[in-house]
Design a protein around this ligand. Structure first.
Ligand code: PLP
Length: 390
């Protein structure tokens, strides 16, 4: 099919929840994609932080196909070796004790919310179920996670929303402490707000929250759906700030393109959700987890160092480009603020010129595959530089 045919069929049959860029992606290798018309396109998006080993990775493909040839799905009612190995590996590497596998970031956050409320209910009974999230956060699209998302424009159309959420202003310690009225059971936050504009949550604010959570037996949840799995140059972003949460949610990069989510918990909280209190049909699918094992095994210290180095290389170049006002981020999660140009216009123009790049609020956002090569980085940055100079 040519592009126009793909577009017209898609526009006719897909619910119009996304404004598509005018390109159809067909295949590729690493961060170099091929469009339906054969055009080469450099990928600085990884499908929004998902394809962390790029497209068509040989090791990942082998792991996934080998599992497909054995067994593609078992209910969570039965044990499976691949699931066991993935659970052990993820817990050991991340420093947590128990994991629940699901299918997406929103689902991982749903699990964290349910875990927090049940932990509190078991210990303190009813009326201690409030979850605090941060203003400008993003936690997903399900009813509970859009409610947790601290942005007004998500809180329209779908009322009634889920009760028991409050929003704290980022960086304001006093306002945060005033929210602790005895009904709070958990706090959920992103170390870097991704959808919110690649904004680093101040680490002294997070430390303060950690301290208040400890003092009040409140569960601290980090939503590392976007920041996790090596994205920020550590396996999980909490390692960059030295504040460990009680519960951590992971998704996006964990499956390298196959749908997966994980809700991790420390020993104290890990057995809160008992048989019958939570579950999922597909969650922890062995095919997906075979791919996750391959990824986790390859993210070692040397790999993480290369992520940090590539991030610095990109930041140092981009700050010299025309119209760039600020470049920020950690590892290969990078936000760029522009002086006069609109990020959305720049992203659209980049696609025409052969570069996929994301926006987040008014900022440009880059989430290239962690395996992006120097050559691919240079090709992509050349396009961005030219577009910003127009
Ligand atoms: C993408 C994202 C989510 C939602 O993940 P889905 O897999 O789309 O449900 C939640 N939290 C953060 C921080 C994200 O970036």
């Amino acid at each position: 099919m040519d592009f126009n045919e793909i577009k017209s069929i898609s526009d006719k049959y897909l619910m119009p929840t996304y404004n598509h860029f005018p390109v159809a992606l067909a295949s590729g290798k690493n961060a170099t994609l091929t469009a339906s018309d054969g055009r080469e396109i450099i990928d600085f998006t990884s499908g929004i932080g998902v394809n962390i080993f790029g497209v068509n990775d040989d090791g990942w493909k082998n792991a996934v196909t080998q599992q497909i040839e054995r067994i593609q799905h078992t209910s969570n009612l039965y044990y499976n070796e691949t699931v066991a190995v993935a659970a052990k590996l993820l817990c050991e590497k991340s420093g947590f004790d128990k994991v629940l596998f699901c299918n997406s970031g929103a689902e991982a956050n749903e699990c964290a919310i349910k875990l927090a409320r049940k932990y509190s209910y078991d210990r303190y009974g009813e009326n201690r179920s409030t979850i605090i999230s941060l203003v400008n956060s993003f936690h997903g699209r399900t009813m509970a996670t859009i409610t947790a998302t601290g942005q007004e424009h998500y809180h329209k159309f779908f009322m009634p929303f889920v009760d028991g959420f409050k929003y704290a202003e980022v960086g304001n310690k006093e306002a945060f402490s005033e929210l602790l009225d005895g009904t709070v059971c958990a706090v959920i936050l992103e170390v870097i707000q991704g959808e919110g504009g690649v904004l680093l949550t101040p680490s002294d604010y997070i430390k303060y929250i950690r301290q208040l959570c400890d003092e009040n037996d409140i569960i601290l949840i980090f939503d590392e759906v976007q920041t996790g799995v090596g994205r920020t140059g550590k396996l999980y972003a909490w390692e960059n700030i030295g504040v460990k949460p009680d519960v951590l949610t992971s998704a996006k990069g964990l499956g390298d393109g196959l749908p997966v989510g994980a809700c991790l918990a420390t020993e104290k909280f890990g057995s809160t959700l008992t048989a019958g209190t939570h579950g999922t049909t597909f969650g922890g699918n062995p095919v997906v987890l075979a791919g996750a094992i391959e990824i986790l095994n390859r993210i070692d210290n040397e790999f993480l160092k290369s992520v940090r180095e590539k991030g610095e290389y990109i930041k140092n170049k981009v700050i010299t480009f025309n119209d760039v006002f600020e470049v920020r981020g950690m590892g290969l999660m990078i936000g760029v603020d522009l002086k006069t140009k609109k990020a959305a216009d720049v992203a659209a123009r980049c696609v025409e010129k052969g570069l996929l790049i994301l926006t987040a609020k008014q900022s440009l956002r880059m989430l290239p595959p962690l395996t992006v090569t120097k050559n691919e980085i240079d090709k992509g940055l050349e396009i961005l530089k030219n577009v910003l100079a127009e």
